[in-house]
Design a protein around this ligand. Structure first.
Ligand code: MSP
Length: 674
């Protein structure tokens, strides 16, 4: 049964150009939207720009433009980037749209008429750049607790939304709806704050004398609306004038009833309070249903450091996409970091994933199959014969995927989704090894070779189907390459069945999917470590052909030092004394009174060990859960801050960066590392 699916991103301020943070949320929302379209659900995917308020007014003034001129210019940067990233939003809202302004005023008037908004004199602290009021208790040594800039003492009349009276109702709602705020840790934070502190009322106006660039209050023309009140309403106003028709009806009321409430508001962790508290209480006062879920994702750093213009280390998604292609970027950001946790972008990890997962695992699989079908079967997919055990296993992995992916995406665990989908890529590669098609060809066993080729083509077709939401361009290429057409009309329910490729279909091999990125080291031109953190990720790619040509970049694999004075060497027998085993972290918590030590429970196949590791500054405990690691399994137990450690985990460090060593692929806990 198909159910409507409405997903939103934050609307982005037009005081700046788009960066990886903006791209991240929008890619995540796009994956969800594409997946639901694949399922045949009616989808409304909304993004847009937040164009009122002090920040925009200031940015415009600094550039000698009117705020509207500035917004017009900068809003385009977002649209262009979304096009480049193959984002398939159904609508792009701008808070300067006349229709949006009308809805904001209608809601303000309704709240005012209901007595939910009151005029009061406010006296207190105000942070002008952040446009926020603070109480005496909240400010820190005369500075804004959020941005650290000086606050001003102001006294003025303003309008207040009586938010405080909804505190208990909001707590109840969050408690009764476990999925309302996700991830769990963020939900607990919001609940913790709501159950321990008294909620104030929300100042929703700014006197025009101080700020002119905003939506006028319908009941007092001397004031404009506080930018967050205006911005949050976008999710709702869009259902009236930008949403797809509801059951064929363009009527705004029918569309609102069909699409509202939203299924997911995806936001960054810094704007969770505005969404979970302001927006929810506003909706309660308006007697409108609350969104089903607000999901707060983490923040990206660059090579372990906060990104900032002054450090010059902000990642421009345009550059990454121009160099490596949209799909590689989309894949990387979702695969690298569990959605909800903070993540780090480094050129080295990007290139490693690109080369091992995209170029090797996936790209080579397709090109091998294309070459063999071309060579042995004249470019036509041959028919499959009797099913043998490895054929069945391959099919079963493919057939198990839809249920896994459905569950993964219901929880927005994108990295798990990609790991699950990769099981089929990995299984297909193993299938090639097991069946050694080149040997079958040599032995002239064409019947078995035909079966192997058919099954590989079919596995590739299903890889394309299941990866389509994340890497749409690549999925289309694979789909076409294995002789299928109609990619844009594909529906999951029909196409998830095994065996949809008709024998005899002509393959259409194309260029390499992901040409390996050659590092200086690969090309033998010196092994110096390149790419200082603040350098651009851009290599020397041929930009005339986005990612289609071989690329060369400065980022090298870690340098292998050739020392002139031989270090003390050990024999293999000495090394063999150290038992290294793969373990899986099944529980993690901080050691009391230590910011460095974490207590882990590690499953090493035969038993679960307690390991205490000094990685607490680099990893939050929840980031470690389910991680596969390598431990020294035969180390004498030792006590660290009174807690017993039965082993040691391997981690690498360089400067401030600390990275836990993990196996490249999922492997059974207890496996030997040698
Ligand atoms: N205009 C408001 C949102 C209003 S929604 C009704 C706003 N805009 S913003 O442009 O400043 O930020 C938009 C999003 O970018 C936020 O979700 C924020 O979390 C995200 N990010 C900003 N920097 C980020 C990173 N370094 N990493 C990940 N996301 C980050 O806030």
């Amino acid at each position: 049964m198909s159910t409507k699916f409405y997903i939103t991103t934050p609307i982005y301020y037009v005081n700046d150009v788009p960066h990886i943070g903006h791209a991240y949320t929008t890619i995540a929302a796009d994956v969800m939207a594409r997946y639901h379209r694949l399922k045949g659900d009616p989808v409304f995917f909304l993004t847009g720009t937040d164009e009122h308020g002090q920040k925009v007014e200031k940015a415009a003034r600094e550039r000698g433009r009117t705020p509207k001129e500035h917004a017009d210019l900068l809003s385009v940067n977002f649209r262009k980037l979304w096009e480049k990233l193959e984002i398939t939003h159904d609508a792009f809202i701008r808070t300067t749209d006349m229709e949006h302004i009308a809805v904001v005023q209608e809601l303000l008037q309704a709240l005012f008429d209901k007595g939910e908004i009151e005029r009061r004199t406010y006296e207190g602290w105000y942070c002008t750049p952040d446009e926020r009021f603070w109480t005496e208790k909240e400010i820190v040594e005369g500075k804004c607790p959020d941005c650290g800039r000086p606050v001003e003492q102001i006294k003025e009349d303003n309008y207040f939304f009586l938010m405080s009276k909804y505190q208990e109702r909001l707590i109840g709602h969050i408690q009764r709806h476990p999925d309302f705020i996700r991830p769990e840790s963020r939900r607990n934070e919001v609940l913790g704050f709501l159950t321990t502190q008294k909620l104030g009322d929300l100042c929703i106006s700014r006197p025009k004398a101080r700020l002119a660039w905003g939506i006028e209050l319908p009941f007092d023309r001397d004031f404009v609306t506080y930018v967050w009140f205006d911005a949050l309403v976008n999710y709702y106003s869009a259902t009236r004038y930008l949403s797809p028709a509801a059951g064929g009806s363009q009527d705004p009321g029918a569309r609102e009833r069909f699409w509202w409430p939203a299924d997911h508001h995806l936001v960054g962790k810094d704007i969770l309070t505005t969404h979970s508290v302001y927006w929810s209480t506003m909706l309660m006062a308006l007697d409108r249903p609350l969104p089903r879920n607000i999901f707060a994702h983490g923040w990206w750093t660059r090579d372990g450091r906060k990104m900032s213009k002054s450090l010059g280390n902000v990642i421009d998604p345009n550059e990454v996409v121009d160099t490596y292609g949209a799909d590689a970027f989309r894949y990387f950001v979702l695969r690298e970091v569990p959605f909800g946790l903070d993540g780090d972008f480094s050129t080295e990890t990007f290139i490693t994933r690109f080369n091992t997962e995209l170029a090797n695992d996936l790209g080579n699989l397709l090109s091998r199959v294309m070459t063999m079908v071309g060579k042995y079967f004249d470019g036509k997919i041959p028919p499959a014969g009797a099913e043998e055990q490895s054929d069945r296993e391959l099919r079963e992995v493919a057939e198990g995927l839809p249920a896994l992916i459905e569950a993964d995406l219901a929880h927005l665990t994108f990295n798990k989704y990609l790991q699950d989908a990769w099981q089929l890529v990995t299984r297909a590669n193993r299938y090639v090894e097991e069946n050694a098609p080149w040997t079958l060809a040599k032995k002239n066993d064409m019947a078995r070779l035909a079966t192997v080729m058919y099954n590989l083509a079919e596995a590739l077709r299903l890889i394309a189907l299941h990866l389509a939401p994340v890497v749409p361009g690549t999925a289309r290429k694979i789909w076409t390459a294995v002789g299928m057409d109609g990619f844009d009309q594909v529906r999951l329910a029909e196409e998830r069945q095994w065996g949809r490729i008709a024998a005899g279909a002509a393959i259409k091999p194309g260029a390499q999917l992901f040409p390996r990125i050659e590092t200086r080291k690969d090309t033998g031109r010196g092994s110096e470590r390149m790419n200082a953190p603040d350098k651009s990720i851009r290599g020397q790619a041929d930009k005339s052909n986005k990612g289609e040509k071989r690329m060369e970049t400065g980022a090298a694999a870690p340098k292998i030092e050739q020392t002139t004075t031989a270090p003390e060497l050990i024999g293999i027998e000495e090394f063999a004394k150290v038992q290294l085993r793969v373990g899986k972290i099944v529980a993690a918590e901080r050691v009391e009174k230590s910011d460095k030590l974490v207590k882990l429970k590690v499953d090493i196949g035969t038993e679960t060990r307690q390991v205490v590791a000094g990685i607490g500054k680099a990893y939050a405990p929840e980031q470690l859960l389910d991680k596969q690691i390598v431990i020294v399994a035969n180390l004498k137990p030792a006590k660290l801050m009174g807690v017993e450690s039965q082993g040691m985990l391997l981690a690498a460090s360089s400067g401030d960066i600390l990275s836990v060593v993990t196996p490249d692929k999922e492997i059974a806990p207890g496996s030997k590392v040698k």
